[in-house]
Design a protein around this ligand. Sequence first.
Ligand code: MG
Length: 388
Amino acid sequence: MILGCGRCVFMTNHGFQALSGLQTIAARESLLLAPYAMRSIDSRGRRYPEPEHPYRGPFQRDRDRIVHSSTYRRLSGKMQVFTGDMGDYHRTRLTHTYEVASIARTIGRALRLNEDLVEALALFHDIGHPPFGHAGEDALNECLADKGGFSHNQYAMTIAEYLEVRYQSFPGLNLSWEVLESQASRVDKQAAGLAPLLEAQVVEAADSITYDAHDTDDSVKLGLVTMDELAELPLVRDSLARVHERFGGLHDKLLRKAVVHELIDWQVSDVLETVGAALTPLGFGGAEEARRTAFRIGPSEELAEQKAELESFLFDRVYRHSQLIDVRSRAQARLRSMFNGYCRKPALLPARFRDRAESVGIARAVGDYLAGMTDRYCEQQYLRHFSP
Ligand code: MG
């Protein structure tokens, strides 16, 4: 492909042809994507129309807008499950996000879906997480209970549509309709009256594969559970057996890593086999057609059961571990007192959140401000303004 003057020269079967940026992307996608994939050329566009980019398709631009946003960068300072004081090995919200993107792209490519859209959705999927993970979310939800509550999925929409300031001519990131609609389906699964796009379903499946594997890894590494305890669960027991068969005896550290690798590989292969076997005979002619049926991308029934057992073990033994319960209670108490404090003294808010309070009310503006903070910044602001 040769670029120049906003036009691309694209090699086709009939030789070189001058094509616009979107036509170039369309030609590439028509060679690579399955009929049921979302095509860039079929995108419903953006709320604020923008000219085509000479060599990036709409979903590539979405991905880039997300990666260059300040909210995305702040994910590096937000906990996934374990806090920064617990060490440097475990996942942050950012590294979780990138692992999801990597697994989602693998699945998306194997199914010949739109990998650019898959990547944009994966990088966006957790962008609305407040500080201190689900503990922070629960506290904000309680604080905003009589104003419609707080959910990280809904907050991601607010970030994308209003809070990110990057462009002169419109608020937010002006993402493609398909990215916003897929995120809206995370807020309310019934919102569209249709299943999410297959690309969004891939990200959902990849998210679950990713946290099941990395929470297993992190919790063993942090000594909250042992591999022997985890081996009681069929999913881990079978992974261990395959690792032993392939490598024989491994010492603890390598064993943990090999099991995590196996957990990912096994789950991804299961999804691809389950979905691949079902997709071909269905013969969907387009992305919209695939959404109007009962077909869903996900694990086999057997794996879904095994994952549920692992998740309930992780919930009881890790997410509700006394070390994490302490972190959770302290973070929630601080967020509640910060919420009340900022509502009482709006002068402490940055100017743009004081302005925002005029359109959405002080409670929501405070919630939006708090939710954007990293764990560390939240602690700093608490100690600065509200520490007794
Ligand atoms: Mg996630």
